[in-house]
Design a protein. Sequence first.
Length: 471
Amino acid sequence: MISCSFFAVTVVGSVSVMTVLSSIPLIPQAIVLRAASAAIERRATDGRLHESGSSLPRHAGEITDPGQEGADMRLLLVTWNAPAHLFAMVPLGWAAQVAGHEVRVAAPPSCTEAIGRTGLTAVPVGTQRPAAPSGPPPGAPSGRWPVDWAVHPELLDDGRRELLRSLAARQFAAAEPMLDDLIEFARWWSPDAVVYDPTSLAGEVAATVLGVPAFACSWGRAAAVRIERGLGSEPLPGYARLFERFECQPPQGPAAWFDPFPAGLWLAEPDLPRQAVRFVPGTGGDAGLLPGWLREHSARPRICVTSAEPGGLVRPEAVRAFYRHALTVLSDVDAEVVVPAGPAARALLAEIPHTARIVDPLAAHLLVPGCRLTVHQGDGLSTLAGLGSGVPQYILAPRPEQALVGHQLHRAGAGGYRSLSEPVDVPAERAMLDALLAPESGGAAARKLQEETLALPLPAAVLSRIESATR
């Protein structure tokens, strides 16, 4: 990992200061210095030097050239109260900031601490934590969903359709308390474009109200998260009401979907305006420390089992069910099973018989490369760590959209999956794990996906698509 040292670039006789924090990894000092110099030159030639991190709104009398190449842009990122939804946007935010643009990240107060760890500027909007717990609601249909349900909703029964409507209602409830503060800030700050997590519908509303381009960050499965339209073309009433508050109508969709998954894992959505972008780990506050034990040689293959720390929106019973299922299946596998866990997770693990090695929480992109297999719940960060490391993945999915990730990996030969609502089937699951652990099968397929993942354009290259849309 490469870290840049703390430095500042100051233009004598002006108030322009550009600072990059020492905690931001993967951005070499020379690169940031060149980007800072370029940004200063652009401001100097434009005749309007100003503080890079200023929150002052642009005034009507300020002369700007919207067609000028490399002109400053204001980019607003919007996510909701779950910090896990933040990470996909952070590399793009840093690419914009290093290029001399201004970046703000709007989210409920419960997420601002996580934003601060990324080095980006947080804007708290709305209430502390909308009531939208993770996992399916009580009474949700159990068992495996049709594999292509997201692009063929006609395969779903009434119970599963009702579940999707309830999940959509949760997202409407999460967006509602954000809107007043978000729209007020956006009107004051005047962003040129909005990038939003697709489950954070407040971001789409803000872009529509301001009339600026909107871009969504997805994970290979846009159709699965567009439940605000009921997997159809017509917006659900709760979704439409978010826009009607501000006398506007829901748009047809964002200008583009930024997607860090290789094309082989995308759902079949041919009409979707996708833009592939490589995910850069370590820019989302997940840099972490490299423990000494990770450099030790293990005589047995290493398998990591990772889950979000229980608490807040992450229900302890869901994490307990995941650990119990995973450790039961892995109980007699000839491997070193490693489980990163904080205090709350350790308390749950103490209730479950196991022989795993419990370690302190560790960034996924540091742990996964040394493993033969990774077991997780299908979250984006864990999935991308496996893709970028060429490691097979076994997903125990608590929700249908996470099972979609497992199915796409299974189809590519680089993973397997099972719904947590399905009972443990040790013989069948062990057979699947054995295939994934074999270097000539699961390992080879995972390495192929790794090559495709690392070949995706970096965020700095993709940034031009946003810049072009704002001119």
